[in-house]
Design a binder for this molecule. Structure first.
Ligand code: PMT
Length: 408
């Protein structure tokens, strides 16, 4: 399927990343999209409407009251015809307005008036991005079904280094392709999980020691996010509970962002009450600090050694496996560096799981942070099935085919 003829509204708000919107527009036009550019007044301080008009081949829409042809209802007509609204860059200010339902310019009015999917590509200073107001706004919008593309980390125009940079135009374009085309679902998997609810954990957990230090691990979230993407494609209502990672949640999931194992545990326990499936892909820290120092732990001549007492975190997979609200299928991953079969079978029993997906994380080409994995499936009925090395995205479908079989 191509993007030819897809009607896209490209909203541009006032940030330095606005110049990158020009490149995104070019990519969309090269792929024969029908693009209508809508700019805010602030965006015009960074790039000119003339450039965008020349590239889109259409007048740039800027003023809610200026278009007599549409009898003053331009935002309704433009909004209702779109397949997708993409706002790139989306400033903290516009994100906050959208969250609050404010419609004080043509772009925010279109956002309120459209039934199309809306993608936001945030771009702002890293402190503005980290601000709890912005984080809360993003969380709310994600839960309303907005697709959040980025931001990524790197050097910023203001001289800072951190998360807040807008994704590169090609990456945003790839996200647009995924949303408009849907992830490619192998025909044999199509709608196999329609009507089912799946809760998936992914990524690492982060256990604080003091306000700036923590215990964590190298999980990138790629395996769990791939399973979540496949679950959506196969028709499941999908809740993704994730520790902090650098990748964006797949479109269509209900996303719950957590930091600690305890937070992940609480979110999972809330989510499983009417779920059919739980899959624990997260690398959950087994231990946390018995007490978190409220101030930075300092070194001194008196403490050449430092003892930190650790206590066990709840075992989420085991709690789900033994819960009264136990979903029909409970599955977990086992990351092992040796004796994969012995440890995986022990986890299957100890955690009362139906399936354990074992991966050998001593092999650097698979497991943590790689794009590929190789899995051995240990099933409660004694079957051991190898899933050969392939991309995590492909394995996401293989994993869920086995889950769908177990649900029968
Ligand atoms: O995120 P990626 O970079 O793509 O890497 C993927 C992965 C290697 C992290 C993933 O494939 C994987 O193996 N995840 C499980 C890692 C792990 O911590 O395994 P474990 O053997 O410690 O735990 C076994 C199972 O119990 C897991 O399902 C884990 O989520 C769960 N668990 C563990 C501890 C705990 N306190 N609570 C849990 O629920």
């Amino acid at each position: 399927m191509s993007l030819s003829g897809k009607k896209i509204i490209l909203g541009i708000t006032g940030g330095i990343a606005a110049y990158k919107a020009v490149l995104l527009l070019r990519l969309l036009k090269k792929n024969d999209c029908d693009v209508t550019v809508v700019m805010t007044g602030e965006a015009e301080k960074f790039i000119t409407p003339l450039t965008l008009q020349a590239l889109s081949g259409k007048p740039v829409l800027r003023d809610i009251f200026s278009d007599a042809e549409h009898n003053g209802i331009i935002h309704i007509s433009t909004a209702s015809e779109a397949d997708l609204v993409v706002i790139a860059p989306a400033t903290a200010n516009t994100i906050a307005k959208i969250r609050a339902g404010i419609a004080d310019n043509l772009l925010t009015s279109i956002v309120l008036a459209t039934r199309a999917k809306i993608m936001l590509a945030p771009a702002m200073n890293r402190v503005m991005w980290e601000n709890s107001a912005t984080q809360e706004n993003i969380e709310v919008l994600r839960n309303r079904g907005f697709i959040i593309s980025g931001p990524v980390s790197g050097f910023q125009a203001c001289g800072d280094n951190g998360t807040g940079r807008m994704k590169e135009p090609q990456e945003i374009f790839n996200d647009i392709m995924a949303v408009l085309q849907g992830p490619s679902v192998p025909p044999e998997h199509e709608r196999l999980l329609a009507g089912k609810k799946i809760v998936i954990t992914a990524g690492p957990t982060v256990e604080p020691l003091d306000p700036i230090r923590f215990i964590s691990n190298r999980s990138s979230g790629k395996m769990g996010y791939a399973i979540a993407e496949a679950a959506v494609a196969m028709g499941a209502e999908t809740i993704l509970v994730s520790g902090p990672v650098q990748i964006s949640p797949p479109a269509g999931v209900k996303f719950i962002s957590v930091n600690t194992a305890q937070e992940m545990h609480d979110a999972v326990m809330n989510g499983i009450s009417d779920a059919d499936v739980f899959i624990g892909t997260a690398a959950v820290a087994d231990f946390r600090a018995a007490s978190v120092s409220p101030v930075k732990i300092k070194k001194s001549a008196q403490n050449e050694e430092l003892d930190i007492r650790l206590i066990q975190n709840p075992d989420i997979l085991s709690r789900v496996g033994h819960s009264e609200q136990r979903p029909s299928v409970v599955a977990g991953f086992a990351a092992e560096t040796d004796k994969l079969e012995t440890y995986a079978i022990k986890k299957l029993k100890d955690k009362n799981a139906d399936i354990i997906f074992g991966n050998d994380v001593s092999d650097k080409t698979i497991g943590f942070n790689s794009d590929q994995n190789e899995i051995t499936v240990f099933s409660k009925d004694g079957r051991i099935i190898p899933l050969p090395k392939s991309s995590k995205k492909e394995l996401g479908f293989s994993v869920l085919r086995l889950i769908a079989e177990a649900l029968k």
